[in-house]
Design a protein around this ligand. Sequence first.
Ligand code: ADP
Ligand code: MG
Ligand code: MG
Length: 250
Amino acid sequence: MLEVKDLHVSVEGNEILKGLSLSINAGEVHAIMGPNGSGKSTLSAVIAGREEYEVTSGSITYDGQDVLEMSVEERACAGLLLGFQYPVEIPGVKNIYLLKAALNAKREAQGLGEIPAPEFMKLIKEKAALMQMDASFLQRSVNEGFSGGEKKRNEILQMLVLEPRLAMLDEIDSGLDIDAMKVVSDGVNSLRSEERAILLVTHYQRLLDYIVPDRVHVLVDGRIAMSGDADLARELESRGYDWVLEESVA
Ligand code: ADP
Ligand code: MG
Ligand code: MG
């Protein structure tokens, strides 16, 4: 589904990704782990099309399409969706309207009409219940006054409503207590399907006890230094990251 080849990315003249390659198939959950500042967030942001990043060489293809030729909106409508690492507050815009606008933009790109109001209400209520979110959240301004855990739930709610083909989630576990982590993980697990892939960026192994990945990649200094299965995440938890670099250089 997604093929990243020898990707080099710079920000303000500094090279951050230094020849990263990654291949993700439909149905798979991939976890990107690695030390702070290694480029994890940069990778998902570049795939999603955030503009401050300059791709200096390499390629990203999605279902054979050149992703780097697509605008941010085209990528989102094609099903490449990144949640918010630090979900923004949008005063004055009700959460429910933002979700509906995003869903309708996607439907329009697919040649479908606007979702009928009763159908949307049914959908949103069902998904909010899954995330254990009170209906009142939907009527509040986007993320305004939401706690850290509520923002994360809202981020997963957005994924459940928009149903991306490649859901990219950056540090959805940061600042969550165990109960919230369970709800958020259950939400992500309910997204798992044969047609969909999930790219999880996480600094900690803990999340991967709840969302068991098919592949784990360790990103060190802008490159994937090692890949493995879920056991690799456990090994990282006990051994840290230094040995990965030593073994990948050796
Ligand atoms: P990670 O998510 O692995 O912690 P990031 O991808 O956020 O790492 O960042 C990798 C490096 O790129 C860091 O040194 C960071 O300071 C730098 N960087 C990322 N985004 C920007 C930006 N928008 N402007 C300047 N530097 C950036
Ligand atoms: Mg290279
Ligand atoms: Mg990050």
